[in-house]
Design a protein around this ligand. Structure first.
Ligand code: SGN
Ligand code: CA
Length: 533
């Protein structure tokens, strides 16, 4: 009976796909074309596992940068897949980035311009299209779009930013608290769905959105002792003086400044330390059980003692704060990497790697002390870039097995790429490009040579002024605008990769400037963006 049922489901899925004009993605392989033995996984529709963390910098993934931490599980994905070396976001902030990813459109088109906006969930998104093409769709973890998820058969999403311990989830029926550490919980929900909730005879798209390593970087108590005796290298630009860069000079995301909260961020929990965000730490710590609280206090009470004993000032204090920030952030990364390993282990053990594409990315990049900062938002490299690693299904002989892809991709490209891989028609008005040709190892001549960016969340926390700009392989042109600013910046990324010299007014750059202005206008026209003052 079970067999009959599964055959029927399979057939009805294929008939449905044909009726909606889709060629369901059977793991096509060059073997199928040349008539040799079919590979394992061939002929099966493609599954998608999309894992996105929150604020995970490429600097803290060892296959991108091995100065800070080893991430063996993410590295393994990259080693058996492709690593994008020029992957960028369109607007470096969570809600907007998530909306770009779901719709394949820039913020000004999908309407989600800032974290304060509400996502219009009646819009077409790639999960909705997959769902109507017969895919089972599920999302677990951070959502951050205010409106309820739509286009998912199963969803459990965090309330707002979510909590690290015993996180509360919004579900169609209301709210539910899951005991445990958020990264473990989100992975458990994902694995449980794969194991017990889905029909194994239909393809699936599983979206796993971690909360970690978002501020305030609370580690699992199992990882709480890690890195305590490690001293991390101070970034070259930690003491940036922001000369010639007006917006950078007035931001509020400095590690040395009070914005990195002594209580909430640095976990210094003492009656004498009264800070703006102290209450938030109190609330967060209430979620730990007595055993976890003991472990927590053991580590952070000793940090507090050390801090009080040293009585640090000036650069010594700034560097102490940097070291604490790095330690906590990296403890969260350890758990993230372990859990990615756990999910990968499940997919392998259950023979799913043959016909499943696995994507790992973050909603944007993050500053690990570069320019003296934490947070993101700016169009400078550390937050404009985002990690992107794709492990391709072993059964797809037409796709690359491994290697680096250096062409420019953006998060608006994910939706069309996934749709093309799934054999679902890409809507005409999607602004991103499917990078399936790149996954096949091609270098299309007309592939984009520059990217467009627009950040709109000001006035807001961290005080990063609104800006838009263009990045080519060599140069970056940025315009900061609105309220109290009207400033252009131009960087030569070859001679000044750290973006310290604004050469906009330098004589001799007129030709470069003209070319970039023209390119910026071309992109604004192409993407139909304009600036509202
Ligand atoms: C919170 C954080 C900010 C962070 C935003 C946006 N403050 O408001 O530091 O920039 O989220 O982050 S906190 O005190 O609440 O931690 S995003 O990744 O969701 O866009
Ligand atoms: Ca984020």
């Amino acid at each position: 009976m079970a067999k009959l049922f599964s055959q029927k489901t399979n057939r009805s899925f294929y008939l449905f796909m044909a009726s909606v004009g889709c060629s369901p993605l059977f793991a096509q392989s060059s073997n199928a074309q040349n008539g040799s033995e079919p590979r394992k996984g061939e002929g099966k529709p493609l599954n998608i596992v999309y894992i996105m963390s929150d604020d995970h910098s490429y600097q803290t993934i060892s296959c991108y940068d091995n100065r800070f931490i080893k991430t063996p599980n993410i590295d393994r994905l990259a080693a058996s897949g492709v690593r994008f070396t020029n992957s960028f976001v369109t607007n470096s902030i969570s809600g907007p980035s998530r909306a770009c990813m779901l719709t394949g459109k820039f913020s000004h088109k999908n309407g989600m311009t800032t974290n304060a906006t509400r996502f219009d969930s009646t819009q077409v998104t790639f999960p909705k299209l997959l769902q109507s093409a017969g895919y089972q769709t599920a999302i677990f973890g951070k959502w951050h779009l205010k409106s309820e998820p739509s286009g998912f058969d199963k969803w459990e999403v965090l309330v707002g930013q979510g909590q690290y311990f015993d996180p509360i989830f919004i579900v169609p029926e209301g709210r539910v608290t899951h005991k445990g550490y958020s990264t473990d919980v989100i992975t458990d929900l994902s694995i449980n769905w794969l194991e017990s909730d889905r029909d194994p005879n239909r393809p699936f798209c599983l979206i796993v959105h971690h909360k970690a390593p978002h501020r305030n970087w609370m580690p699992n108590t199992t990882d709480i002792d890690l890195f305590e005796d490690v001293t991390f290298p101070i970034p070259e630009t930690f003491y940036d003086d922001y000369q010639g860069r007006q917006a950078a000079a007035v931001q509020e995301m400095s590690i040395a400044g009070d914005e990195l909260d002594y209580a909430f961020d640095l976990k210094l929990n003492s009656d004498e330390i009264k800070t703006r965000l102290k209450e938030n730490l109190t609330f967060a710590l209430r979620r730990l059980d007595p055993q976890q609280r003991l472990e927590w206090n053991r580590v952070y009470d000793s940090v507090l003692n050390d801090f009080q004993m040293r009585d640090l000032k000036g650069r010594e204090l700034a560097e102490w704060k940097f070291q604490r920030y790095m330690k906590d952030y990296l403890k969260c990364i350890k758990s993230l990497d372990d859990n990615i390993g756990r999910l990968m282990g499940y997919l392998k053990e259950n023979d799913l790697l043959e016909n499943t594409i696995i994507i790992y990315t973050s909603d944007q990049g993050f500053y690990m002390g570069e320019h003296g900062w934490f947070d993101k938002r700016f169009m400078y490299e550390e937050s404009l870039r985002t990690p992107l690693i794709v492990q391709l299904p072993a059964g797809r002989g037409d796709l690359l097995k491994r290697g680096d892809i250096d062409q420019f991709v953006q998060n608006i490209d994910y939706a069309p790429t996934i749709l093309e891989l799934a054999g679902v028609t890409i809507p005409q008005d999607i602004q991103g490009e499917s990078f399936v040709p790149l996954l096949k190892g091609n270098r299309p001549k007309n592939w984009r040579k520059s990217i467009y960016y627009h950040y709109l969340e000001y006035p807001a926390e961290h005080a990063v002024r609104r800006h838009y700009g263009v990045r080519s392989s060599r140069y970056k042109l940025i315009k900061f605008y609105g309220h109290d600013i009207d400033a252009w910046e131009l960087f030569d990324l070859k001679n000044d990769p750290n973006e310290l010299q604004n050469i906009y007014t330098h004589p001799g750059k007129r030709w470069v400037k003209r070319k970039l202005h023209r390119e910026l206008t071309r992109l604004m026209v192409k993407y139909e963006d304009s600036v509202v003052l």
